[in-house]
Design a protein around this ligand. Structure first.
Ligand code: 13P
Length: 252
């Protein structure tokens, strides 16, 4: 069991009509008590953020964006900036999600810039790292995760992680139903924390590192029971309120 306050964040990805999302967010809000140890957050598509913000305002559940642009404003058609997310009281924003890296060409340099843009806007970045199946099979998991982490830490300093959350999401486990075993996940989480502890023990001790990749109510408790796993970043299962709330309870 983690020493840090667990966080379970739902990443809806590009899913949900207005009506479905309203019902989902209402159910999550009803299901999360004000005294819960676990912190719960929802990251809907940009266009649903006003709806989610209105419904969650004043309650215990936070919300955030799934991405942001590196610029504050200007001629960047189709993009949304950190200050815009902050204007809707987002607490969090996901950066470096594997889908952004793989499908939209966001390399380590862009991810590091987005991390900085998030913090500059007063948002807490949820920085995603993780290896592909080919990288795992080539025994490169630690090297890949280290490279992804170092891109951010070398640019912004270790202290920047005081105001951030990490998410380890092995690409081969995302949306595939193939969860990392609790031991596989714990091994990488411990590696991450150890690598950061070599730079600053206190920052490493305080940092929440979430696991993401086919988390469901059936496997959440065992994953969240690992000493270096501080909650989860939940994709598919966050679209079902009952299932998502069971996952939140498993972290409580
Ligand atoms: P799934 O839970 O659908 O595997 O997605 C994980 C993820 O990518 C969350 O960001």
């Amino acid at each position: 069991m983690s020493k840090r306050r667990p966080l379970v964040a739902g990443n809806w990805k590009m899913n949900g009509s207005r009506a479905e999302s309203a019902a989902l967010v209402d159910a999550v809000r009803r299901g999360v008590g004000p005294g819960a140890r676990v912190e719960v957050a929802l990251c809907p598509p940009f266009i649903l953020i006003p709806l989610v913000a209105e419904k969650l305002a004043g309650g215990p559940v936070s919300w955030g964006g799934q991405s942001l642009d590196t610029h504050k404003s200007g001629a960047y058609t189709g993009e949304v900036s950190g200050p815009m997310l902050k204007d809707y009281d987002c607490a969090y924003v996901i950066v470096g999600h594997s889908e952004r890296r793989a499908l939209y060409g966001e390399n380590d340099g862009v991810v590091a810039e987005k991390f900085g843009a998030a913090q500059a806007a007063g948002l807490v970045p949820i920085l995603c790292v993780g290896e592909t199946l080919a990288e795992r099979e080539a025994n490169r998991t630690e090297a890949v995760v280290a490279r992804q982490l170092d891109a951010v830490v070398n640019k912004h300093g270790i202290a920047s992680l005081k105001n951030a959350v990490l998410a380890y999401e092995p690409v081969w486990a995302i949306g595939t139903g193939k969860t990392a075993t609790p031991q596989q996940a714990q091994d990488v989480h411990r590696f991450i924390r150890g690598r950061l502890a070599a730079r600053d023990q206190a920052v490493a001790d305080g940092l929440r590192i979430l696991y993401g990749g086919s988390v469901k109510s059936a496997n959440a408790k065992e994953l969240f029971g690992q000493p270096d796993i501080d909650g989860g970043l939940i994709g598919g299962a966050s679209l079902n309120a009952e299932e998502f709330l069971l996952i939140c309870r498993a972290a409580d």
